[in-house]
Design a protein around this ligand. Structure first.
Ligand code: SIN
Ligand code: FE2
Length: 217
């Protein structure tokens, strides 16, 4: 598999892989991808955004998002004045490129036997970008998890419950970290409060990439 876990439990003097950390029901897998694999995935994401350029979408309410987005897979998640939805083409008309193979590998390692993802949303956070609290609920089957992979600068990830306004918990997601929203946490409210721009060396110009994999149908 080649995925590496930095989290371990001391057992007979040897590090053994333990389960994920819990953040309000979200599962966090710190440093699941080691540095060399992060660089491989970054190249695969670069190929995606060459074929399907990043754009700054507007919300149905008309606000331009601070995060830039693209997608890979059978569907891409898009938003504009008409609403949030999955679309089988980029707004500029091209097909979405295939999901990066390494992202698919991560999904299969942590998604607990779920169907393969049909969308890999690509979010790019430049300096000052953030993502407000929201639920991922444009998919048809909430028994399938959402898996997110972070690359580059750390992002402060906040997770609440399935009901808006409840208690939230936060953790920094660093490069190579993976978060899973599944089971009772599948509809958890979540967002990214801020990033530490320039703190990671992975992207030479700074910034944070997040890949969000989902089964859509
Ligand atoms: C998202 O919820 O769409 C993105 C989460 C993240 O950037 O970590
Ligand atoms: Fe989300």
């Amino acid at each position: 598999m080649g995925l590496q876990h930095s989290q371990g439990r001391e057992s007979a003097g040897k590090m053994t892989v333990s389960g994920p950390l819990d953040l309000n029901g979200a599962q966090l897998w710190p440093a699941l991808l080691e540095t060399a694999r992060q660089a491989v995935l970054l190249e695969q994401v670069r190929a995606v955004v060459r074929a399907a350029p990043l754009m700054r979408p507007v919300t149905p309410g008309g606000r331009r998002m601070s995060v830039r987005m693209s997608a890979a897979g059978r569907f891409g998640w898009v938003t504009d004045r008409r609403g949030y939805r999955y679309a089988d083409r980029h707004p500029e008309g091209m097909d979405w490129p295939p999901i990066p193979p390494l992202a698919l590998e991560v999904w299969r390692a942590v998604a607990g036997g779920a169907r393969d993802p049909e969308c890999c949303l690509v979010n790019f956070y430049g300096e000052g970008a953030r993502m407000g609290l929201h639920q991922d609920r444009d998919e048809a089957d909430f028994s399938q998890p959402v898996v997110s992979i972070s690359l580059g600068d750390p992002g402060l990830f906040r997770v609440g419950g399935a009901v808006r306004g409840g208690r939230t918990a936060s953790a920094w997601l660093g490069s190579g970290d993976v978060a899973v929203l599944g089971g009772p946490a599948r509809l958890a409210w979540h967002g990214v409060d801020r990033i530490r721009f320039g703190a990671s060396g992975l992207l030479p110009q700074g910034g944070r990439l997040n890949l969000t994999l989902r089964v859509v149908t």
